[in-house]
Design a protein around this ligand. Sequence first.
Ligand SMILES: [Zn+2]
Ligand SMILES: [Zn+2]
Length: 193
Amino acid sequence: MKTPASASETTVSQAVTKGSCPICEILKDFQWTLAETTQPQANLRLCNFHVWALARSRGKLSRSTPGETVTSVFLDILKSPLVGKARTEECTLCHRVLAEEVARLRELAQRFQSPMFVQWMTSHGSLCLDHAPKLKEFVPLRMRPAIDKIVERNRSELERELEAFREQLRHGIHEGGGILGRVAEFLVGQRGL
Ligand SMILES: [Zn+2]
Ligand SMILES: [Zn+2]
């Protein structure tokens, strides 16, 4: 049975153990769930990002038949009066991602009520610079310094790894470029693709 359209498949508890920002992790997964569950509907407005997300989803989602779903969605759009691409604020899927982001930030904030969880996050957890300030809005004031501590630890870890990577590049070893993606995600967050 597939998960409902409103929920991504990754839970907050799973996401925090993945080594990167749990909200980014969930939203990456959610983008693909979206592509799979978007149904042809009247007034479906899509931004540039989401039209491409749907177009690219086919190979990635071979476990079900999203190719057929996306084809129907596109056919429906072509058959309706053409209105052009939507801005992010008008995009049906951007709205769903935003709703998911808020729901998951609330869920993560709930977890911060447990001192053990806070302790674990402070020594092992990650948060990006996009989601850390957003999470602060959902936790009690006294929890905010813990969030700053997590971000500060992430920053120094990434800095160390990046310096090691630069040193390695100087010796002509080019493996391990995944660090650049992790730094990008830390700096601006990400929502998939
Ligand atoms: Zn994030
Ligand atoms: Zn969109």
